[in-house]
Ligand binder design. Structure first.
Ligand code: 13P
Ligand code: SF4
Length: 403
């Protein structure tokens, strides 16, 4: 199979306004041929021409047939934000934590196809057995929040803090949504990784060892979590990598308890308190359920807050006739609404905007990966530097050990 022109190394491809508006519509985005989706001006990994033109229905039929041949040698993991056309093929769906647990405990499959974004596939690769391979079907499927923490900027911040503080007084704690080299820095410095489902437990653990934390890269998850642990806002500062000392005085850095990296999720910061007020006015008995990557004001106005798996199970277990206004990614909310026809489930944001990078996993990529596996070729593998793999696994294992 010809694939010499394909770059299989991750490089951050920023989401352009063109890409954003191509899939932000008033109705559910419809999967087209890859060729047509490329026509919107996106800069995704290129595929051999025959995959570009295949109609989605034909791709679906082929994946069904060919995936069955591969059997249990292959495990397909799917994050909740993937398109329906991808999620139907996932052996396991889940939030970042659940998928990481499966990557750590699965010993049967020789190959894991990770339908999600780059940091998730990297995590699976760090946790996998040495003889297992992890594939990300489209290498341009990154995460704009993760890209806001460049490893060299984080290292500079860490070195700055090293000069100012007694380093035994601070623990680095990174959200799963970060590059493996940042997880590795945490592993090397007695730190942790956390996800949206265990951030409070992990932060509590980190505070048992030091009374100061550097939280990367999502300031909102960090602030929301620290607040639930009773840390006052005046003890939290934001580190802006484009300013000297992150834009803080020496005194503020010394006084702070949580240093929040200036990163955010462009999907979750679309939600606001006006949307919540409107939903409450329309449905007085509504339950507002949001992801903790939303801003503090949104989280404070919500009734429930949790990871994507928590959102899925909470709505799934809710009583018949209940009403749910959800603050998370639209592909997931649409699926949730379809899976719960006895309830009213809708997205708080009226503009239908999928996570642009999750959306980069078009089914043609999955078919291309499967076709190659059938020919004995493993394409788009995540290859981690051995010392980064080792140290990031230390931080991940420390997280997985927290009960
Ligand atoms: P979850 O771990 O809740 O699935 O979150 C991952 C993510 O990227 C949310 O934006
Ligand atoms: Fe990253 Fe936000 Fe997309 Fe999650 S929803 S993968 S944090 S850009």
């Amino acid at each position: 199979m010809e694939n010499t022109a394909i770059k299989n190394k991750y490089t951050a491809i920023p989401i352009t306004e063109l890409e954003q508006s191509a899939f932000c519509q008033t109705e559910k985005p419809k999967t087209e041929t890859l060729d047509v989706e490329f026509g919107s001006g996106v800069r995704w990994q290129s595929l051999p021409i025959q995959y570009m033109k295949l109609p989605p229905k034909e791709i679906e039929t082929q994946i069904h047939k060919k995936r069955a041949i591969l059997g249990q040698e292959v495990l397909i993991l799917g994050h909740h934000y993937q398109r329906d056309e991808i999620i139907q093929f996932a052996d396991i769906t889940g939030d970042s934590f659940k998928l990481a647990q499966h990557a750590a405990t699965n010993t049967e499959a020789k190959t894991v196809i990770f339908c999600g974004v780059h940091f998730m596939a990297e995590t699976a690769a760090a946790l996998a057995q040495p003889d297992q391979k992890v594939i990300l079907p489209n290498m341009t499927a990154g995460c704009s929040m993760s890209d806001m923490a460049k490893p060299e900027d984080v290292l500079e911040c860490w070195n700055n803090l090293n000069e100012i503080l007694d380093m035994s007084s601070i623990t680095p704690l990174t959200y799963m949504n970060s590059a493996a080299s940042i997880k590795s820095l945490c592993g090397e410095n007695n730190g942790y990784v956390c996800t949206s489902s265990n951030a409070a437990k992990v932060m509590e653990k980190a505070f048992e060892q030091t009374d100061k934390i550097l939280f990367l890269p999502d300031q909102h998850l960090g602030r929301n979590t620290a607040k639930t642990l009773g840390i006052p806002l005046e003890k939290m500062i934001v580190w802006n990598p484009y300013k000297d000392l992150g834009g803080n005085s020496l005194e503020k850095i010394k006084e702070s308890k949580v240093i929040l990296w200036k990163g955010h999720c462009s999907v979750h910061t679309r939600f606001n308190t006006d949307q919540i007020s409107e939903a409450r006015a329309k449905y007085p008995d509504i339950n507002i359920l949001v992801h903790p990557e939303c801003t503090m004001e949104v989280v404070d106005s919500a009734d429930y807050v949790g990871s994507t798996e928590y959102i899925r199970t909470t709505v799934g277990n809710a009583s018949k006739g209940s009403v749910w206004g959800i603050g998370t990614e639209i592909s997931m909310v649409n699926r949730l609404s379809k899976a719960n026809p006895d309830k009213t489930v809708f997205c708080l944001d009226p503009i239908v905007c999928p996570c642009s990078t999750m959306y980069r996993i078009h089914p043609a990529y999955l078919l291309w990966v499967i076709d190659n596996l059938l020919e004995g070729k493993v394409v788009n593998t995540i290859d981690l530097d051995p010392s980064i793999a080792k140290n990031s696994k230390i931080a991940l294992d420390r997280m997985l050990a927290i009960k």
